[in-house]
Design a protein around this ligand. Structure first.
Ligand SMILES: *Cc1c(COP(=O)(O)O)cnc(C)c1O
Length: 409
């Protein structure tokens, strides 16, 4: 039954490390959903109101997306059978990209299996050893990994500090590459559009102005802005009216669009080069037809049912306002991502556990996703929540907050 050989188990250290994480309250238990994603879900056998998904608009169960997925499966099968560059490039993939490009008002779009793959695939193609990447301190893990995979040197500027960014760009342009003094071929400024753990928005107009002053390119990762900010959810570039001034826009179809996948929107040469060189694109199979078709349907819903986005924002403003009225610290949030700050990870885990008992599914986010002393409950309301459901969540937050001494009565 066991494949264990003789002698000590060489992976024994993993079990020891797990024990250490548990002692530090840094171990993440994984809950199991036995229902579809939605405002209410079955989690570990209990019916709970969910504040934990990225399903902002409820599109994960939108009938138009479900029907598109089923129809595409019937016509094109369950899988695509190959990577795009060999035999896995279907009309659905191409149509999705041309509709996304029109939606984003860019020349071209290339899709990836995920937003994560879009970042790790794109950054090493665009930036190499003759270049410099300048990155916000709170950028997403997939940007950080993309930078690590790139041969480009990188510098980090303090979160949203555009004065520091400007100074870095000025110095980089004045001094050039440290070894040779030659000018950098490319300076690439990278930022999340909406920061995924704090819900604040990048100061994109100031970033673009600084980049233009010093001849740098701008890349924005709009994973949490896709379907949330801008007209019809076009993202931060549209939100700030910066069309044509941001060179690389990354988006995800895994969050507000309700399905799965990432994309890179920009110029035709960018798309063409990513097809030649981006490793997740070249070496990993393309989306199943159902995924591409459901993503296409999601674009149509964004265009034709903008009231979903209005409802998302109305719920966001209500929920955030009431949390603050109860005395909670919701940090710097300006979007539906609303962190409720807890301090240490033990408090965050306890609070989340008590909310679970009160019928609310709101997960703790702890180190290393956020700093050790910045543990939080991360909430996201969706367009699907009724006011009555939000009120039940707020009552639970208030009761548990008073019980654990986080807010006063
Ligand atoms: C979630 C997220 C991603 C990854 O997107 P997936 O499609 O889930 O892989 C990338 N960047 C940011 C900023 C994100 O929040």
């Amino acid at each position: 039954m066991t494949t264990q050989g003789a002698g000590p188990n060489p992976l024994r250290f993993l079990a020891d490390e797990i024990e250490a994480l548990k002692r530090q309250n840094l171990y993440r238990p994984m809950r199991v959903l036995s229902s579809a994603q939605g405002a209410e879900v079955m989690v570990d056998g209990a019916q709970l109101i969910s504040l934990s998904s990225n399903n902002y608009l409820g599109l994960a169960t939108h009938p138009r997306l479900e029907e598109a997925a089923i129809a595409a499966t019937r016509e094109f099968g369950a899988g695509s059978g190959a990577v795009r560059t060999i035999a896995g490039n279907m009309t659905l993939h191409e149509q999705l990209e041309s509709e996304l490009a029109a939606f984003k008002r860019t020349e071209a779009v290339l899709t990836f299996q995920s937003g994560f793959a879009a970042n790790t695939g794109t950054i090493p193609v665009v930036a190499g050893e003759k270049d410099l990447i300048v990155s916000d301190a709170l950028n997403h893990a997939s940007i950080i990994d993309g930078m690590r995979m790139s041969k480009a040197p990188r510098v980090v500027f303090p979160h949203k500090d555009t004065a520091a960014l400007r100074e870095l760009l000025r110095t980089a342009r004045a001094k050039g590459r440290p070894e040779t003094g030659e000018p950098y071929r490319l300076i690439l400024v990278v930022t999340d559009g909406v920061f995924s753990m704090d819900g604040d928005i990048a100061p994109l107009p100031e970033i673009v102005a600084a980049a233009e002053e010093f001849g740098a390119a701008v890349m924005v990762d709009d994973a949490h802005a896709s379907g949330v900010l801008g007209r019809n959810g076009r993202g931060t570039v549209d939100h700030f009216s910066l069309h044509g001034r941001v060179h690389i826009q990354v988006g995800t179809m895994s969050k507000a669009m309700g399905v799965l996948g990432g994309y890179v929107a920009g110029g035709q040469a960018l798309r063409d080069m990513l097809i030649q060189r981006a490793r997740p694109f070249l070496f990993s199979t393309s989306h199943p037809p159902a995924v591409a078709a459901a993503c296409l349907a999601a674009i149509h819903v964004l265009l034709e049912e903008p009231e979903l986005i209005d409802r998302l924002w109305a719920n966001t403003i209500y929920f955030k306002g009431e949390l603050r009225r109860l005395g909670f610290d919701t940090g710097a949030s300006e979007t539906p991502i609303t962190p409720v700050m807890m301090g240490d990870s033990a408090m965050a885990q306890r609070f989340s556990g008590r909310l679970f008992e009160e019928g609310v599914f709101a997960q703790a986010v702890v180190y290393p996703t956020v700093a050790l002393d910045k543990a939080r409950i991360r909430t996201i309301v969706t367009a699907e929540h009724s006011t009555e459901q939000l009120d039940r969540c707020l009552a639970a937050f208030g009761a548990v907050g008073r019980e654990l001494g986080l807010v006063s009565a």
